[in-house]
Write a protein that binds this ligand. Structure first.
Ligand code: HEM
Length: 466
């Protein structure tokens, strides 16, 4: 489907004219896996690559995606590839575990992310957002500002404050955050090697990642130990954060009081830091770019925040009234899903669209392609937040929109992330006017999360109150 001249098509890698040869596939894939797609990939239902039993399948057809993500029998477990990559920091925690271990962890963690809990941490999120506004206010009017580091800072701060009531500026928190950045930069660089089934331990990056992982654990240990020991002594300490919900976890099925062993608890917390700030930071940076590039949407968002919030601090009940702000974030996640690919392993022989899929094959789910499928979406590359309000889009949303995955392993932090993003975007748009910079368009690069290749610079001006 063609896009009208007035439609805004934000940047995405130009599809290749023809299927690339091996050398080009490797070279472009190293730069960014999204660069190897041809135009027909955006109409694809099932893609295949690799050799013999070492095959990879890219699932785009909704019925195939559904079959894999709604699996409740463990036929398509989380890929060992991802587990291997993340093990040094998050051990066998919920993000990578499978089977009974995963089921128990999920039952223990779910109450900590229930709606009431998200409401309970609203004020802590708000405090982090206030500090973000104070930091942005130090930027001189009209100056060019890279929003990515700030989005990483505020989302890490939100995670620290909501999980263990510590702000990012306190020592320990900062050290952990820097070690995480180091770890991600190293470990994910090797994800591609793993996908191609090449040994990652040969790579120097892998050893540096392991060193960063030890640094993270060394800082995180005393922080969690203090709270764990307090809990063991029966002291509550007046905390009302996610860690206290985890320490008081009750099995959601049996109602029994169960608890995480100490090492397991540290791993779950490290996992929440890893899963919970980088994803939100990536999406928020793209959202700010899209808002800056679309002045009409920016103006409507500004009006919405002024109508709903005026100049006062946001309340939990305001969240559902910031409908356009929420739709801008949902549309951002459609165009730039923070997790552009994720993997499952095939454990038995299957036929999918006449292809025989052998055990040991890697099944790749790809929100990037599903969200831009020309079969499933009208004008798929156009930024159009209002599409979520139109009746005709409901089927596409139901069948081909899954930035948080779906099924039993749906993202545990989806409601948390939506609340956080709505607060951050509303606060920025209410106080500042954003503009893009000529000849400085961010280029999407898929690593573990979908970032822009060289940062996201915008011109930022404080709004005069009207
Ligand atoms: C925009 C923000 C976010 C996006 C786009 C996102 C996306 C995802 C996706 C796609 C998965 C499934 C991955 C897979 O199956 O391999 C996932 C899982 C998960 N996410 Fe998120 N996430 C976000 C924010 C968060 C936050 C804020 C938290 C917690 C504070 C969180 C915690 C988790 C956990 C614990 C899982 C594993 C669930 C399980 O396997 O049972 N995420 N997320």
């Amino acid at each position: 489907m063609s896009d009208d001249a007035q439609d805004f098509v934000p940047p995405y890698p130009k599809p290749l004219a023809e299927k690339p040869g091996w050398w080009r596939l490797w070279r472009e894939g190293q730069r960014c896996p999204l660069r190897v797609f041809t135009g027909s990939a955006y109409r694809m239902k099932l893609g295949e690559s690799g050799f013999l039993s070492r095959k990879r399948y890219l699932l785009v057809e909704p019925s195939l995606v559904k079959k894999v993500l709604e699996d409740r029998e463990g036929i398509y477990p989380k890929s060992v590839l991802v587990r291997r990559m993340l093990y040094p920091v998050i051990g066998n925690s919920i993000f990578v575990s499978n089977g009974d271990v995963w089921q128990r962890q999920r039952r223990l963690l779910e109450p900590a992310f229930a709606q009431t809990r998200i409401q309970a941490v609203f004020e802590r999120m708000n405090e982090a957002v206030d500090d973000m506004i104070a930091r942005i206010s130090t930027v001189r009017d009209g100056e060019v500002f890279d929003v990515e580091p700030e989005m990483t800072h505020v989302t890490a701060d939100v995670i620290f404050r909501t999980i263990c009531s510590v702000s990012l500026d306190q020592s320990g928190a900062k050290e952990t955050y820097e070690a995480f950045l180091e770890y991600q930069a190293r470990a994910y660089g090797d994800m591609l090697l793993g996908l191609l089934r090449m040994p990652t331990f040969l790579s120097p990056r892998w050893w540096r990642a392991k060193k960063a992982a030890r640094r993270i654990r060394a800082v995180m240990d005393p922080m969690v130990r203090h709270r764990y020991d307090m809990h063991a002594r029966g002291e509550h300490g007046g905390y009302n954060d996610i860690l206290s919900a985890m320490l008081n976890a009750t099995d959601t099925q049996s109602g029994e009081h169960l608890h995480f062993e100490y090492d397991e608890l540290v791993e779950q917390i490290a996992m929440l830091f890893l899963a919970g700030h980088e994803t939100s930071a990536a999406a928020l940076s793209w959202a700010l770019y899209l808002i800056a590039a679309h002045p009409e949407i920016q103006e409507r968002m500004y009006r919405e925040t002024v109508d709903v919030l005026g100049t006062r601090a946001p309340q939990f009940s305001d969240m559902r009234r910031l409908a356009l702000t929420r739709n801008v974030f949902r549309e951002t996640l459609r165009l730039y899903p923070s997790v552009p690919f994720f993997a499952r392993d095939a454990t038995r022989t299957e036929i999918m669209r006449k292809k025989v899929i052998k055990p040991g094959s890697i099944l790749l789910l790809c929100p990037w392609l599903s969200h831009r499928s020309e079969i499933m979406w009208q004008k798929p590359h156009v930024f159009d937040p209002d599409r979520f309000e139109r009746e005709e889009t409901q089927e596409s949303v139901r069948d081909a929109y899954f930035p948080f995955s779906f099924g039993p392993r749906v993202c545990l932090g989806a409601a948390f992330a939506l609340q956080e993003a709505t607060l951050i975007l509303a606060a920025i748009v209410r106080d500042f006017h954003l503009e893009t910079i000529a000849d400085d368009t961010p280029e999407p690069v898929a690593r573990a999360t979908l970032r822009s290749s060289g940062g996201t610079r915008l011109r930022i001006t404080r709004r005069a109150a009207d």
